[in-house]
Design a protein around this ligand. Structure first.
Ligand code: QUE
Length: 350
């Protein structure tokens, strides 16, 4: 055992470096990790010696699997206080990155899901590799595609963001570039060289990128973009499910089979979240909405049941309640999206 910090922060020449360092949990984010990153970013924001931020992970396995889901479920089963503290802290970090006045470079190598996506998407340079596996998998555990998903998913091409949100689909590096999730593609074997070049010339990001970036190759998602827009560009989750059923093709049948395993409550929450998020003109409004949703769903049956089925018992057989999308009424959605008491609302750092 060591007491290594779960996030390593340091300045290397003009680069403020943040390295996720919780390898046993695939760098899943805790409240204290988010607080450490926030503290470093605030200090470096005012520090003229820091030109650029570089966010990566230690070890081999991947960038970040999401959030500390076990803690969230334990808290949600009780008073939910620690879960709300986590969301509050994490969403402030997401917003700080979104508004950060210096370039942020994030290396989305390996597993990049949930909370990791919330660090990557607000970054100005988002590097995918051939090892990148990107997903917003929350519909599978009765949570919702948070960390700014309401903002960035509806801003991806066509209906690709809604498709990612509802199905939890896992996509690789070339698809991330095709959808604009990643700004650049870099073979994994070039990443260390790129980091060294960036540290040598922290104010010459474009030059370092130009030297190490390569073509991502063909994007498999290309073959399905028309289907995604046609079948997911409809006015409700029910209409999407009906269209997938009516289509009858192999791809549509596969999407339907996936959606049948997801939390009906989360499917409808995500649909409404992305519709609202698309209309906001301030990222902070989106995070206020997501905090309201998070504070509610973390204490509801589907999240506790989803974590039991997928993370704890691993039987992958959650019993959702409500059991169908038709049974998820507008009254339930209204309650999940309703404002919190004024003294409990989320607010950005000032
Ligand atoms: C949905 C999620 C998460 C998930 C699986 C889901 C998530 C998360 C993990 C996770 C955490 C630690 C690990 C690991 C996975 O899984 O947020 O392998 O070691 O952190 O379906 O949102």
């Amino acid at each position: 055992m060591t007491d290594e910090p779960e996030v390593l922060t340091r300045i290397e020449s003009g680069v403020g470096r943040i390295t996720l360092n919780r390898p046993r949990a695939l760098h899943a984010l805790t409240t204290s990790m988010c607080a450490l990153m926030t503290e470093a970013l605030l200090a470096w924001r005012e520090d003229a010696a820091v030109h650029t931020i570089l966010i990566d992970h230690s070890g081999e396995r991947g960038f970040c699997a999401g959030g500390d889901i076990r803690m969230l479920a334990e808290s949600g089963a009780g008073d939910g206080k620690a879960a709300r503290e986590f969301f509050h802290t994490e969403y402030r970090l997401n917003h700080l990155l979104f508004t950060y006045p210096k370039p942020v470079v994030t290396v989305m190598d390996g597993v990049t899901m949930g909370g990791g996506v919330g660090l990557a998407m607000p970054s100005s340079v988002r590097i995918a590799t051939e090892r990148t596996t990107f997903a917003m998998p929350e519909t599978g555990i009765g949570l919702f595609p948070d960390v700014g998903g309401g903002w960035f998913l509806p801003r991806l091409p066509g209906k690709s963001g809604l498709w990612l949100a509802l199905t939890g689909a896992r996509i690789k590096g070339a698809d991330c570039v095709r959808l604009g999730i990643a700004t650049h593609y870099m073979p994994f074997e070039h990443v260390e060289g790129f980091k060294a070049a960036l540290i040598e010339h922290p104010d010459a990001i474009a030059g370092a990128l130009a030297h190490y970036v390569r073509d991502a190759g063909p994007a498999p998602i290309e073959a399905h973009l028309e289907d995604i827009d046609r079948l997911f560009g409809l006015a409700s989750v029910e209409a999407i499910l009906a269209a997938l059923l009516a289509d009858g093709g192999e791809w549509a049948r596969a999407q339907l089979a996936v959606l049948a395993t997801k939390s009906p409550q989360t499917l409808k929450v995500a649909f409404r979240q992305l519709a609202h998020g698309a209309a906001f003109d301030d990222f902070a409004d989106n995070m206020t909405m997501e905090y309201r949703i998070g504070a509610r769903v973390v204490q509801r049956h589907d999240f506790l049941e989803g974590v039991r089925a997928v993370i704890i018992d691993k039987d992958n057989n959650p019993r959702w309640d409500p059991a169908t999308v038709e049974a998820v009424g507008d009254d339930l959605l209204d309650a999940i999206f309703a404002p919190l008491p004024a003294n409990e609302e989320w607010s950005p750092l000032t």
